[in-house]
Ligand binder design. Structure first.
Ligand code: EPS
Length: 371
């Protein structure tokens, strides 16, 4: 089973992580990690910080001659914008940020809170996700995301194929399959920037190639859909997560809501629809995992909202520091990473093994057994 811990502040010297539980013998391509970190930095509407940084994560341990050894893997990332001790204290908490609650709870100023609450921490989650998705890739499991709504503008495309999504969003600046919607989204971001405002949106994550039976119905904490929901909600500013038809299911009848079961010799059990988003009873059905998440608008606004000065207790406008106008494309990349981690963890939980050889043997034996 996997486990990791991260530390580091947004303007601290380093961001650090240790990942344990990877089996030995997995070939690691550090270019994939660099690629995912680059993707996290992109997206129209990102702020000035992303022009300063060239995010990288050095792997410091647990890898020998390009392969995992089974030992804990260390990640080190250096912040170019390292200036924590010279950063000013803030007195006017931003509505929507961790500022007020964190400051009162930890009995210290806002600076110490925002430095750790910042989404900069997700750099490490993306690095870890980029490493574990190489494990998933070795078993034919692939993950993609795309932005489906931004600032109230939605894509019209429905029932998109996995490979279609990948092709259509290739040249996108917003990780979006629809050039027409993207043009409107970019105009909306420009408008928000002019108005000193920010925007949120919604993205979809798809996981292809998962076998039937990851996760478990037997205890609530083993349910894989619940673990994925928790992982997505834990990304800064995510307020809603739904699988498959999600909130639509509240309006449909049973006959419109479930995925009928079929069997074919050689192929095994399968479904023709995927209304469940790939989950029944907290376990994968073998269909694609389809999960959507909503990100609220960034809470640092140039057109600051009403707040209170924590020193004087007088009403004042909230603090403003440089900020993103919109980070939904970045959130979708982070979403891929955290979903990759949860799926990889459930995969290791189910098939176990200290080495790739053992893991592969267990996986192949199971596939034969369920046909
Ligand atoms: C981020 C780095 C931060 C912000 C953003 C995410 O950089 P800075 O605070 O120096 O501008 O751009 O963080 C927030 C939105 C936030 O509220 O803290 C990053 O690397 O993703």
């Amino acid at each position: 089973m996997l486990n990791y811990m991260t530390c580091g502040e947004s303007h601290g010297k380093y961001l650090l992580a240790i990942l344990e539980g990877m089996p030995s013998g997995l070939e690691i391509d550090s270019k994939i990690i660099a690629h995912e970190l680059r993707r996290r930095q992109q997206g129209y509407g990102r702020g000035a910080r992303m022009k300063i940084e060239t995010d990288q994560a050095e792997l410091t341990s647990g890898i020998y001659k390009g392969k995992t050894t089974g030992a804990p893997i260390g990640f080190v990332s250096i912040n170019k914008d390292f200036k924590l001790d010279s950063m000013p204290e803030l007195e006017r908490p931003r509505p929507g940020h961790a500022d007020l609650n964190g400051s009162l709870k930890y009995h210290q100023g806002i600076r110490a809170i925002l430095e750790r609450a910042s989404a900069r921490e997700t750099l490490l989650r993306v690095a870890i996700g980029a490493l574990v998705r190489q494990l998933l890739g070795a078993f034919g499991i692939h993950i993609i995301s795309h932005v489906i709504e931004l600032g109230g503008i939605r894509i019209e495309e429905r029932d998109l194929e996995f490979s279609g999504i990948e092709n259509k969003k290739k040249d996108s600046r917003l990780n979006c399959v629809s050039p027409a919607a993207e043009r409107k989204m970019i105009a909306r971001i420009d408008q928000a920037a002019e108005e000193g405002d920010t925007l949120g949106g919604r993205f979809e994550i798809r996981v292809q190639g998962v076998p039937i039976g990851l996760g478990s119905h037997v205890t609530y904490h083993q349910k894989l859909d619940a673990r994925i929901a928790r992982a997505l909600i834990s990304i800064q500013a995510i307020k809603e997560v739904g699988f498959g038809l999600a909130e639509e299911l509240g309006r449909l009848s049973g006959s419109q809501s479930h995925d009928e079961i079929f069997y074919e010799a050689g192929k095994g059990y399968y479904r023709k629809t995927n209304r469940s988003g790939g989950f029944e009873g907290g376990m994968t059905t073998g269909s694609e995992i389809v999960v959507r998440a909503t990100m609220k608008p960034i809470s640092t606004l140039r057109k600051a909202l009403q707040s209170v000065n924590m020193k004087t207790k007088q009403p004042e406008k909230a603090s403003f520091e440089r900020s993103d106008i919109c980070a939904v494309p970045a959130a979708s990349v982070i979403g891929e990473a955290v979903v990759a981690y949860e799926v990889a963890n459930a995969f290791l939980e189910k098939f176990g093994g200290d080495s790739m050889t053992e893991l592969r043997r267990n996986y192949e034996g199971y596939l034969k057994q369920i046909k």
